[in-house]
Design a protein around this ligand. Structure first.
Ligand code: 5GP
Length: 236
């Protein structure tokens, strides 16, 4: 499998077409951005770590009944995935208040939520990914009711599988962002990445942040945190 032409370049990944129209190659970059591109930097080794962490977790999810776009890891930073058209929603799952939720509701970060919270944002950089609810999603036809129900069910399943798996590694899954896509026949699959860029991971014992908040908030030891997640997941 080889890259043909560059289809899309995002903030953290490049996506290439291949000789097979149904398959794409994702190439992860070390570039990091935050606050809708306002803060820019690089995190050495991030591309490889996010590729390997994402693939490891996607495989775990497939084994647990969540269909994903994952096909095959090509190299430390490249992966073959199924071509999808992305549903233009960021699906956010929260177990513990942090980040924008803590701010919006005036909760101390770390407040345990009595019930898992599901949020949707419309994926649009110019608008700053505004939060939307089911009514907006159906009115704007970002997804159908059937798709939204499926996506919500998958997102909660991902939370159950990952929370349980990570707890054994002394990692608390605070919150995370998912994206879903449609295959050519309309099948909904989990797409994009699941990594320290897209999840909040806190050490269960010390509470130390092991994710992109170290970059966003200038907490230092950013690379160490990414490496620590890889080490706990893959034993290296
Ligand atoms: P918050 O809304 O608190 O900023 O983010 C909630 C969770 O979703 C965090 O784990 C965060 O990493 C993830 N998240 C939300 N929006 C984005 C985004 O645009 N890009 C990335 N990489 N992660 C996001």
């Amino acid at each position: 499998m080889e890259k043909t032409n560059l289809l899309y370049e995002g903030k953290a990944k490049k996506v290439y077409e291949t000789s097979d129209p149904a398959l794409l190659i994702v190439d992860y970059k070390d570039d990091a951005t935050a606050f809708n591109g306002l803060k820019k930097g690089t995190i050495a080794g991030k591309g490889e770590i996010n590729n390997r962490v994402t693939n490891h977790l996607m495989k775990l999810l497939e084994q647990n009944g969540v269909p994903t776009h994952f096909v095959e890891e090509l190299s430390p930073r490249e992966t073959v995935v199924k071509r999808v058209s992305i549903v233009p929603l960021e699906v956010i799952v929260r177990n513990i208040a942090a980040g924008s939720l803590a701010k919006r509701l005036g909760l101390p970060e770390g407040t345990k939520l009595k019930k898992t919270v599901l949020e949707f944002c419309y994926k649009d950089d110019e608008l700053g990914d505004p939060m939307v609810n089911e009514y907006h999603i159906l009115a704007m036809e970002y997804a159908t009711k059937e798709e939204l129900d499926l996506i919500s069910g998958y997102a909660l399943k991902v939370n159950d599988v990952l929370s349980t798996y990570l707890k054994d590694l002394n990692i608390e899954l605070i919150d995370f962002k998912l994206e879903f896509g449609r295959l050519a026949d309309g099948t909904i699959v989990l797409a994009d990445e699941i990594s320290p860029d897209t999840c909040r991971f806190w050490d269960s014992v010390t509470g130390e942040k092991l994710d992109k908040d170290r970059f966003r908030r200038d907490l230092g030891h950013v690379e160490d945190a990414y490496h620590e997640i890889l080490r706990r997941l893959m034993g290296e």
